[in-house]
Design a protein around this ligand. Structure first.
Ligand code: NDP
Length: 479
C-alpha cells in the first residue's frame, strides 16, 4: 500500500517520486511505501497553509470548535480501523491502541475544541493613569508539528488540535516509522469539513522532511516531541530565526517505592509503568528504587508478575507485550542489556529476543529486569526506551532523592507512599515536570505537561498549549 502527502485537502505523491519502505514490526516485512518528501513538498505544504491562514484564523470560535469536535466524533466512529492501522504500524497490542491511543487522539480534538471557547485573556486597569490594558492572544500563522513513533496518533493530535483551535494553519510530520494513522487523519479532516490547507501532513525522513520544516523561515513555531539529541539540534537550527519552540524530549523516570505504600496497587501499577507499550513511553518508570526493608519481597513478587506477561502478536487480544517498533530499535535496546552485564548488572528476568510462532522475523523482546549496584551506571542513566527496567534498594528519603535527581533528564517521577508529609516534601524536591503519587500516567488534559533539564522546554496541555500557539499582544488605551 502506498500512502501520500495530504496538502491543501488533497492527496499527492511526493514531487520527486521518491519513496520509503514501511515495515510491519510484528513480522519484519515491508507492507507499504510512504513519500520520502523533499524540501519541495514542504514548500508546497507551507504555501497551502499560508493561503488558508487568514481565513481560518477569522472563523468564529464556535465554528472552529464544531469542526474539531466533528473530527473527534469521526475518529471515535472509525476506532477499529484506526486501532488496527496503529497496531500494525507500531507493533503495539491492538487492545492498547483501541483503549488508549485512538480514544486519546479523539479526546485531544474534543478537549481543545471545547477549551478554545473558554480561553480568556487578561485586562489590567492602570489606576491613577486613566488607562486600561488588555491582552490579545493572536495566532502565530503557519506552525510546524513533529511527532515520534511511540504513541503516533496520540502525540500527533496532541499538537495539531491546539494549533488548529487557536487559528493557526499547520505543516505536520509524523514519524517516518509510523505514518499510517496520520495519513488516515487527512480523510477524516476532509469529512469533518476542515477547510483546505488548514492542516497539511508531509511524510518522510526526519533529516530531510523534518529538517525542511524546522529550517523554513516562515514557519514561526515548532512543536516537537522526540529524542533529546534531535531536540537540541532543532533548538540550534531555530535559534537564529527566533522561532517559538516547544520541546518534549526524553525521560529516565524514577519510580520510588516506600514500605508504607498500598503494596498490591503499587505492584500492579509498577508492572504497567515499566512495560506498557513495550516500555516505549517517555513517562515509563524505568528506574525503580525500593526501600531496603521491602526490597527482597518486592523483587520476588515483581519478577513473578513480569514473568506472567505474555509476549505475542499485536493483533491477539491477550498480548501484553507486542513488537518493538523497528529492527534498529530492537538492536539498540538489546545492546543496553549487554552494557548492563558489562557493568555488573544482574539480569533477574528476560533479556532475550522472543520468536513468536509464525512471526519469527518480528521484533520481540522479553520484559527485562536488571538489578544494578550503582545508580550512576549507564543503564540507569541513559534512556533505553524499551521493555527494560532497573531496580535497586535505597536506605531513606535523602538517599533516594539524590539518586532520583542524579540524572540528566527530568520528565516524570512516581512516588508510592501513604505518608502525607513525605509526599509534600518529595514532590517539591523531585526534579521533574510531573509527579505522580500512588498512581501512574493518570492524565487530566487541563494540566501542564512537559519536562525539565534534558527532558524539554515548555509545557503542553490545557491553556499552556493554547498560550504556546498564540502570541500575546498588550493593548494600552488611555481614556
Ligand atoms: P526522534 O527524535 O528520532 O524523532 C522524533 C521526530 O523528529 C520524528 O518525526 C523524526 O522523524 C523527526 N526528526 C528526526 N530528525 C529530525 C530533524 N533533523 N529535523 C526535524 N525533525 C526530525 O525520536 P523518536 O521518534 O525515536 O522518539 C523517541 C523519543 O521521543 C524518545 O527519546 C522519547 O523519550 C521521546 N518522547 C518524548 C515524549 C515527551 O512528551 N516528552 C513523549 C514521547 C516520546 P523520523 O522518524 O523520520 O526520523
Amino acid at each position: 500500500m502506498k500512502i501520500q502527502n495530504y496538502i491543501n485537502g488533497n492527496f499527492h505523491d511526493p514531487v520527486d517520486q521518491q519513496w520509503l519502505d514501511n515495515y510491519n514490526p510484528s513480522n519484519g516485512t515491508v507492507y507499504g511505501q510512504i513519500p520520502n518528501s523533499s524540501k519541495a513538498d514542504v514548500d508546497n505544504a507551507y504555501i497551502a497553509a499560508k493561503s488558508a491562514f487568514p481565513s481560518w484564523s477569522q472563523t468564529t470560535l464556535e465554528e472552529r470548535s464544531r469542526i474539531l469536535i466533528k473530527i473527534s466524533e469521526l475518529l471515535e466512529s472509525h476506532l477499529q480501523r484506526f486501532a488496527e492501522a496503529e497496531s500494525k504500524d507500531n507493533g503495539k497490542p491492538i487492545a492498547l491502541a483501541k483503549s488508549i491511543d485512538i480514544p486519546r487522539a479523539a479526546s485531544n480534538f474534543r478537549f481543545f475544541g471545547n477549551a478554545i471557547t473558554q480561553f480568556a485573556s487578561e485586562s489590567h486597569e492602570s489606576v491613577g493613569q486613566q488607562a486600561i490594558n488588555y491582552t490579545l492572544r493572536q495566532p502565530i500563522g503557519v506552525v510546524g508539528c513533529i511527532s515520534p513513533w511511540n504513541l503516533p496518533l496520540y502525540l500527533f493530535t496532541w499538537k495539531i488540535a491546539p494549533a488548529l483551535a487557536t487559528g493557526n494553519c499547520v505543516v505536520a510530520k509524523p514519524s517516518e516509522v509510523t505514518p499510517m494513522t496520520a495519513y488516515l487523519l487527512g480523510e477524516i479532516c476532509n469529512e469533518a469539513g476542515l477547510p483546505k490547507g488548514v492542516l497539511n501532513i508531509v511524510h518522510g525522513l526526519g533529516t530531510t522532511t523534518g529538517q525542511a520544516i524546522i529550517e523554513h523561515p516562515d514557519i514561526k513555531a515548532i512543536s516537537f516531541t522526540g529524542g533529546t539529541a534531535t531536540g537540541a539540534h532543532i533548538a540550534r537550527t531555530a535559534a537564529p530565526m527566533f522561532k517559538k519552540l516547544s520541546l518534549e524530549l526524553g525521560g529516565k523516570n524514577p519510580n520510588i517505592i516506600f514500605a508504607d505504600c498500598d503494596y498490591e496497587d503499587m505492584l500492579n501499577t509498577t508492572v504497567r509503568s515499566s512495560f506498557a507499550n513495550q516500555g516505549q513511553i517517555c513517562l515509563c518508570g524505568s528506574r525503580i528504587f525500593v526501600e531496603a526493608t521491602i526490597y527482597e519481597q518486592f523483587k520476588s513478587d515483581f519478577i513473578s508478575k513480569v514473568k506472567q506477561l505474555k509476549v505475542g502478536h499485536p493483533s491477539e487480544a491477550h498480548t501484553d507485550i507486542g513488537a518493538l517498533v523497528s529492527k534498529p530499535h530492537l538492536e539498540k535496546v538489546k545492546s543496553y542489556i549487554d552494557i548492563a552485564k558489562s557493568e555488573n548488572g544482574d539480569v533477574l528476568c528476560g533479556g532475550e529476543e522472543v520468536k513468536v510462532q509464525g512471526f519469527e522475523n518480528g521484533y520481540y523482546l522479553e520484559p527485562t529486569v536488571i538489578e544494578v549496584k550503582d545508580d550512576t551506571c549507564r543503564v540507569n542513566q541513559e534512556e533505553i526506551f524499551g521493555p527494560v527496567v532497573t531496580i535497586m534498594p535505597f536506605a531513606d528519603e535523602d538517599d533516594v532523592l539524590q539518586m532520583a535527581n542524579r540524572v540528566k533528564y527530568g520528565l516524570s517521577a512516581t512516588l508510592w507512599t501513604n505518608d502525607l508529609k513525605r509526599t509534600m516534601r518529595m514532590s517539591h524536591q523531585l526534579q521533574a515536570g510531573i509527579v505522580w503519587v500512588n498512581t501512574w500516567m493518570m492524565r487530566d488534559l487541563r494540566t501542564p505537561f512537559g519536562g525539565v533539564k534534558a527532558s524539554g522546554v515548555g509545557r503542553e496541555g490545557g491553556f499552556e498549549a493554547l498560550r504556546f500557539f498564540t502570541e500575546a499582544k498588550n493593548v494600552c488605551i488611555k481614556y
